[in-house]
Structures are given as C-alpha cells and as structure tokens.
Ligand binder design. Structure first.
Ligand code: HEC
Length: 125
C-alpha cells in the first residue's frame, strides 16, 4: 500500500513550526530604545531604587558622607538637585565629579529617569 504524501508533510510542517516558535526575544532586545519610561517619575518608586541600585548611599548617607555629600532623605538630596551637581555628576558632563565614583556610568535610561524627575519638579513623591 502506498502512503499518501500528505501524511509525511504534516508532521514535517509541525516540526518546523515548533522549532521556529522557540524564539523568545524579550521586548528590550527587540526594541532597545523604546522602553525607557520617564513619565510621572516618583522619588520613592523610581529614583531611590535607582540610587540604591548604584549604591550611592554606601558613600553618601548620613553615616558615611564621602566628600561631605549626604544624599539620604529628601531635604539632603534636594540640595544636590538644586545646585545641579547631582545631574552633572551622573551625566559625566564635566560640571561635577563623575558618579558613581570609580565605577561605570549609569545606563542612559536611568540617567533620563533622574533628569525627568528633576524636570518634573523634583518632588517628594
Ligand atoms: C565609592 C564611594 C562613592 C560612591 C559609590 C558614590 N560616590 Fe558620589 N562622591 C564620592 C566622593 C569621594 C565625592 C567627593 C568628590 C570626589 O572625590 O570625586 C563624591 C561626590 C559626589 C557629588 C558632588 C559632586 C561635586 O562635584 O561636588 C555628588 C552629587 C555625588 N557624589 C553623587 C553620587 C551619586 C548620585 C552616586 C550614585 C550614582 C554616587 N555619588 C556614588 C564617593 C562616592
């Protein structure tokens, strides 16, 4: 008995489909420049986690204020926002000592978020 061709092609097609569907590219890999959200930045939810992530507070807390810079608490942080050193330091624009100290620059998205929070009024939000 001759097996009809169709019976071969179906499993072959399914096999090809299942291999192709194994791609799982993350959104960030596919759209690297479109995922940085900078609207409605919140100090507590967006900015402090970024500063913690780069361990700014390990050198700039009330207990350990390297270079006499204490970034702990809104009032202290705001001093460095208002004198523009915070933004200058993380942007490495030459206007302030580049931060984080002796480490690589923050990602552009994180810098954009901090800048957006400042532009949006640097609120204690
Ligand atoms: C390893 C310790 C260390 C870390 C981590 C660190 N800093 Fe600093 N920072 C210093 C020291 C020391 C100074 C004093 C100036 C200098 O020596 O560069 C300073 C100065 C500053 C200044 C004042 C700059 C000026 O020109 O007056 C700001 C603002 C600042 N840091 C922000 C940050 C931020 C934001 C982070 C995290 C992204 C950070 N620092 C991480 C050690 C650190």
């Amino acid at each position: 008995m001759k097996i009809p061709k169709k019976i071969y092609t179906l499993p072959l097609l399914l096999a090809i489909l299942s291999i192709c569907s194994c791609y799982n590219n993350s959104e960030e890999e596919l759209y690297p420049n479109t995922t940085c959200i900078t609207e409605n930045m919140s100090l507590a939810e967006d900015i402090l986690p970024i500063l913690n992530n780069y361990q700014c507070n390990s050198c700039h807390s009330a207990a350990s204020n390297s270079g006499s810079v204490n970034l702990e608490g809104y009032t202290n942080l705001k001093i460095w926002v208002d004198n523009q050193k915070l933004l200058g330091s993380i942007k490495h624009d030459g206007s302030a000592s580049p931060m984080p100290k002796a480490a690589s620059k923050m990602t552009q998205c994180d810098i954009d978020k901090v800048e957006a929070w400042i532009t949006q009024g640097a609120q204690n939000n």
